[in-house]
Design a protein around this ligand. Sequence first.
Ligand code: HEM
Length: 471
Amino acid sequence: MNTAVAARSAKGATPPGPRGDFLLGSLRRVQHEPLELLREGFREYGDVVRYRFGNTRAFLLAHPDHIRHVLHDNHRNYDKNNVDYAMLRRLLGNGLLTSDGTFWLRQRRLMAPMFHRQRVAGFCNLMVNSTLEMFDLWEELALIGEPIDIADEMARLTLKIVAKALFSADVSDDAGAIGAALTEVNRQLGEFSLLDMFWMIPTPRKRRFRTAVRALDQVVGKIIDERRRSAYRNQDLLSMLLEAVDEETDKGMTPRQVRDEVLTLLLAGHETTANALAWTWYLLAQNPAAADKLHQEVVGVLGRRTPDGLDLPKLPYTRMVVEESMRLYPPAWAISRNAIGDDDIGGYHVRRKTNLIICSFITHRHPEFWEEPERFDPERFSPARSEGRPNFAYLPFGGGPRICIGNSFAMTEAQLVVATVAQRYRLRLVPGHPVELHPLVTLRPRHGMRMTVHRADEVVEIAEVSNRAVR
Ligand code: HEM
């Protein structure tokens, strides 16, 4: 933070920030280029930046201490009763991600055991086998040199895994419909229009949104109906949701509530991990030395056998690659909270109803905590180099009581998928393919990620031949 800004942060003061338009403040810019707006604010004004979006007041918080205050130390003063989550509720209803208060707490306690580490360990074989199934196509692609969109491919894979793990459902046939619907709602929620605020005005955009939600509802409806009809009682999350009875009311969940929870987990449980993996393949393609090191670790530990859960602690570099990828490209790049009552953060007065924006994309590049923040350097996550770094300087999964319930699931899955793929293949970006950030609800590559698939042993052989030639 520059000294001018520090001088202004007297107790109770209002933080500095852009004025924006007379009428709308920075509303138009946040609709069209939210990430640029926030990054510019941080560069210009420092750790706490004030914005006005129409009649909503918002502060961007970039410093880990301030973020810890909101998500952890004083979390009771902050909820999700704000415009961002109101938009998300149009899709997800009142599921675990969007609900609040005692209702949220009850649902979280109910579902938490399903996400414990031991439970997640039981999904390792599913994660690896689903990745291996993907290779039937990849083997052919490697032979003929045909590119694929690795972002789509990762979304199909993670969707298949989460549906099978949590609901014992095979959604392969619906993957195309889910992908298309999710792209539509992600775009609309991420680039909301002023007209969205006026429910009664019909627009083609709203029609498309409703059609997409109906398509997702159909898939979720099918998963739930099939289970209700079948005599089969798997001990999975879906059975648990259908059988849960509230101790106080002695009632089960309403069909609407089950729908909201299943849709939330299906979407939150695959879109984020898919993005993390797509960006990981991009970063490895741009950093061949890191890709070599990854391959060496995986082949050194596994040889030719496939990985399982017990291998995870033996693959630390693989884990660091995933962590570093989510530092540079955090899939959930920004989260927000509403201040229930007045508060004080970093010497600034926070009035009730202020929207607090926490942008991990910015905090993950904060120069006080990250050396050469733009550089891809997985080893910055080694225990020695992580020492002393504040917890909330790195928050791909959020933090405090509302930390991502699926974080172990996601890390296990990402580490296993990366190891299984890197053991056999190297991916290269198609020359000239444009790579651009698309910050919607999740951080997607705007034009997808077109890559070619190469057998890793061939890449290594070619590298050895060319190294010999150089010597
Ligand atoms: C790399 C993958 C993932 C990332 C980066 C990610 C990120 C996040 C973040 C940042 C939050 C906090 C939101 C907030 O505080 O406003 C969150 C919450 C949540 N995530 Fe994830 N997530 C991932 C994978 C998963 C998976 C695999 C599942 C489920 C299978 C999942 C389910 C959820 C749910 C249900 C919540 C709401 C939790 C609550 O409020 O109690 N996520 N996630």
